[in-house]
Design a binder for this molecule. Sequence first.
Ligand code: FAD
Length: 490
Amino acid sequence: MADPRSTIQRHVAVVGGGITGLTAAWTLTEEARVAGVPLACTLIEESPAWGGKIRTRRVGDLVVEAGPDSFLSQKPWGLQLCDRLGLTPRIIHTNEFQKKTFVYSRGRLRELPEGLAVIVPTKIAPFMKSGIVSWPGVARMGLDLLLPRRHAGGDESLASFFTRRLGQEAFDRVVEPLMAGIYAGDGRQLSLRATFPRFLDLEREHGSLIRGMLRERAKTQTGAKTAAGSHTMFVTLKGGLCELVDTLVTRLETAGVRLRAGIRVDSLRVRSKGPARWAYELSLDDGASLAVDAVVLATPTFVTAGLVRGVSPEAAELLGMIPYATTATISLAYEADHVARWVQGFGFVVPRVEQRALLAATWTSSKWPDRAAPQHTLVRCYLGGVGREQVITGDDASLIRLAREELRAIAGLTAEPWYGEVNRWDRGMPQYTVGHVARLEEVTRQLSRFTGLYVAGAGYRGIGIPDCIRDGSEAAKAAFRAVMETGQAA
Ligand SMILES: Cc1cc2nc3c(=O)[nH]c(=O)nc-3n(C[C@H](O)[C@H](O)[C@H](O)COP(=O)(O)OP(=O)(O)OC[C@H]3O[C@@H](n4cnc5c(N)ncnc54)[C@H](O)[C@@H]3O)c2cc1C
C-alpha cells in the first residue's frame, strides 16, 4: 500500500458522463478526500451534455423527462446518493391518492388490484374481480402453491419461469407487461437470474411464489423496516432528475475534476509497468491522448466492447453480445379539463399479447406533483422495444399521431394536445438475456488481470438508476484501491 502522505498524484479517468460515470467520478474524489491523498480525475463524455439517459427539459410549466422519470426507493443507493449530495429535501413522492395502475387486458383498461405484491397475487378475490386474467387463468395461478420447485440449475427466461409457476395467461397479462416492460424486452429472452433473481430465491426457499410472498409480507409487517422507510415505491426530484446530474457536476467542478464534455474516447491501450501493474492510455477524438493509472469505462457495453478489444478480445466478444432495445418516449400536454375524465391513476401498461403499438402510458402530472401547472395534464407514452422497433421508424409527427391513436383506442382520450415531444433512445435499453450472469462473470474474469481497469453501468448488474449508482461507486472504489496499492504515477 502506498504511503497516504505520498505527494505522487495518481490519475484516474472515467469514460461516460451518465449517472454511472458521474457517480464514479464523485466517489473517486470522496475516497481521495477521506484518505487525504491527492488524486487527479478526468471525466470524459462524448455528448456536450452530462447525464446520459437522464435528460430533463422545462417547457413553460412542464417538467418533461426524456428518459427516466424516477427511481426505486427500495434499492437504497439512489436515496443514499441524494442524501450525501444534500438533495433529500428535493425528493418528491407519487400522489398516493391517485395510486392505481391499469392493465389493458381483454379489450379494456382494468385496475391492478390491491394484494398484487409486485406481480404475485396474495389476495385472490380482488385479483379475480379485476378480470385481468380469466377465471381458469386465476385457478392456474393457484397451482403455484402445489407445483414442485425446479431443481435443475442453469438460467431460465422470465417466460419459462413464470409460465411454469403461474401459467401462460398470468405471464402474458401480468408478468410480461410489468416486468419485461421495464426492459422494453421480450420475456422469452430475458434472464430471470439477471433481472429478477428474488423470484428464483422465493421458489428455492418456499417452493412457491405465493407462499413466499405471503411469508415475506408477514415478516415486513412485523416490524422489519425497509430501506425505503417512509418513501413511496418510486421517488424523483422536484425539478426533475436533472437535479441529480447538475448537483453531481457542480460537486465535481468544486473537487477539481477535469470535466471534458463533447470529447469521445476512441481507443484504449494498456502498457505493462511490471508484474501485475499497468498503465493506460486513452486516445481522444480531438487527437489528444491521456495517460492514466486507472480507468473506469462507464459507457454502454457495445462501446466498451470496442474500447477493450485491444486489451481483451474475449471480453470484447462477450460485451458485444449484449443486445440493446430501441425505444421512444412521447410526451403530450393537454388542457386538464379536456382530458380529466379519462385520466385515472398513474397510468397503464399494455401486454404484448394485445398486439398494440403502445407499451405503456403514464399520466405524469397525476402521478407526480410539480410536473405541470394544475390547468395542464402531462402524459408520457412508451413505444418500441424488442421486436417492435419498426413502430418507431417514422418521423416525430407520425409518432405523435400514433401515440394519440393508441391513447384514443385504449383509454378513450380524443382531445388535441397543445404540446408534443418525441425522444428516441437508439440502443438505449440493455437486455439481460438468458446466460447474462455467466457471460458477465467471464468478462470480469478476463478483465481482472488488468488491475486498474473497470467496467460499470446499465449493461451489467441492473439497469435502474440505483443499480447504476451502486455499480459506478463500486468501480470507483476498486479503481481507487488499485492506484493506492500500485502507488506510482503513469
Ligand atoms: C426511456 C428510458 C426510460 C427509463 N426509465 C427509467 C426509470 O424511470 N427509472 C430508472 O431507474 N431507470 C430508468 N431507465 C434506465 C436508466 O435511465 C439507465 O439505465 C441509466 O440512466 C444508464 O446510466 P449509465 O450511466 O449507465 O449509461 P448512460 O446514461 O447511457 O451513459 C453512458 C454515457 O457514455 C457516453 N459515451 C458513449 N460512448 C462514449 C465514448 N466513446 N467516449 C465518451 N463517452 C461516451 C454516452 O454519451 C453517455 O452519456 C430508463 C431508460 C430509458 C432509455
